[in-house]
Design a protein around this ligand. Structure first.
Ligand SMILES: Cc1ncc(COP(=O)(O)O)c(C=O)c1O
Length: 398
């Protein structure tokens, strides 16, 4: 049968991360910091159960029918309200099947095979795989504490353009980045936008963790910053997700950007998903409309904040000298870097034998960058006790 595969299917790789998660899942006593999973304790199960029942009984004639490819108007209006962007027109926003779906449609809209996308290095492999499946070539730009380094971005763009390469967009996760947990500060956001404007290259802003801020000031998104301070409403398209605040199984997100981008994205939706799940959209709409979201997000923050603290404390207590880690103000991840002698791909096998798991840093780099001395830790899934014990076990292996 394989001989019938298209070239794209034949060249598609299995996700390394999913393979790693298989090794760690269901092993008795395993403490896993590997997955990017929200805690099941964060799912608003009872409220959702009630809302699903109400929506189907009271609004079933509408929501069990085929729906619009760009999403339910009721939900769109509630999102505009919740995100405080009432001025957004309906053709500047579409509902997506999780943000991966929005990222895929955006890529489909702009990428021909061989085109280049600039991404953070390290970056989120799920998106990089979705982009590569459209034929894109990923070029990573190094990061520092504040995200993508502007000077490196500029030099990279200059080099690529002078070679006649077709660079289509810049992909960035400015808040509590996956995998590093880092957040771009305001100056960095301005610097990245200035470069994008100068090179006339649009930005795809991926924002699944924005609500999960435990401390510090909220920073304006690249999307809003471009629209307001730079008076450029076409530069940035933002992809947001309900996965980390309501549950990834609901598969809900949205994308907002210029109609010139959103309209063709909707055309891709017409041909594949037809529409996002209409029942789920209305349930999420009623959840927000009835005023549950703010308290619910606070409950998640109250759950994750002590877990982040426990992980930082355990790292301080147990890690040897010369180990670096990020101290994220929110989100779900901490990034750890060792000196160059440590190979975390090798460390992984020993860690699993000792019943603790993480994702080796090498899995987060686009092809061609071979960094081996880093790893990603997730702190949202395990409780404080498991976090303390898991970090103790990991540090013991060094
Ligand atoms: C940075 C980033 N973007 C996108 C996603 C995908 O989210 P969704 O479940 O909405 O497709 C994730 C999920 O972990 C993520 O970390």
């Amino acid at each position: 049968m394989e001989e019938l595969y298209s070239k794209t299917t034949a060249s598609m790789q299995h996700s390394f991360i999913r393979e790693i998660l298989k090794v760690t899942k269901g092993v008795p006593g395993m403490i896993s910091f590997a997955g990017g999973l929200p805690s099941p304790a964060s799912f608003p199960k009872h409220l959702l159960a009630e809302l699903f029942s109400n929506v189907i009984t009271q609004e079933g004639d509408d929501v069990l029918q085929y729906g619009a490819s760009d999403g339910d108007l009721v939900f769109k209006n509630i999102i505009k309200d919740f995100e405080e962007v009432p001025y957004l027109s309906d053709d500047e926003i579409m509902i997506t099947v999780g943000s991966t779906n929005g990222i895929y449609f955006f890529t489909r809209t702009l990428i021909d095979p061989g085109d280049i996308i600039i991404c953070e290095a390290p970056g989120f492999p799920g998106s990089l795989a979705a982009m590569e499946s459209c034929g894109a070539r990923m070029v990573g730009v190094e990061m520092d504490e504040y995200g993508m380094v502007p000077e490196s971005l500029k030099v990279t763009l200059e080099k690529l353009i002078s070679k006649g390469e077709s660079v289509k967009f810049i992909y960035a996760i400015p808040e509590f980045q996956n995998p590093t947990g880092r957040t771009m500060d305001l100056n960095r956001r301005r610097a990245i936008i200035e470069i994008a404007v100068a090179f006339k290259i649009p930005i795809l802003e991926d924002q699944p963790y924005r609500e999960l801020r435990f401390e510090g000031e909220r920073i304006i998104t690249l999307w809003e910053l471009a629209r307001t301070e730079f008076n450029d409403p076409k530069l940035v398209t933002i992809a947001k997700s309900f996965s980390k605040i309501l549950g990834p199984g609901l598969r809900l997100g949205f994308a907002a950007g210029p109609p010139e981008i959103i309209k063709p994205m909707v055309k891709w939706a017409q041909k594949s998903t037809v529409s996002p799940d209409c029942v789920t959209q209305r349930v999420a709409a009623r959840f927000i409309e009835q005023g549950h979201m703010h308290q619910h997000v606070q409950n998640i923050i109250d759950l994750y904040h002590p877990r982040r603290d426990a992980m930082i404390k355990a790292l301080k207590t147990h890690m040897p000298d010369n180990v670096y880690w990020t101290n994220p103000e929110g989100g779900m991840f901490i990034w750890v870097a060792f000196d160059k002698s440590v190979d975390t791909d090798k460390l992984f096998a020993r860690a699993v034998e000792n019943k603790v798991a993480f994702i080796p840093g090498s899995k987060f780099y686009p092809k061609g960058i071979m960094k081996k001395n880093e790893l990603r830790l997730n702190f949202s899934y395990s409780n404080e006790e498991q976090i303390l014990e898991g970090i103790r076990r990991l540090a013991g292996l060094l």
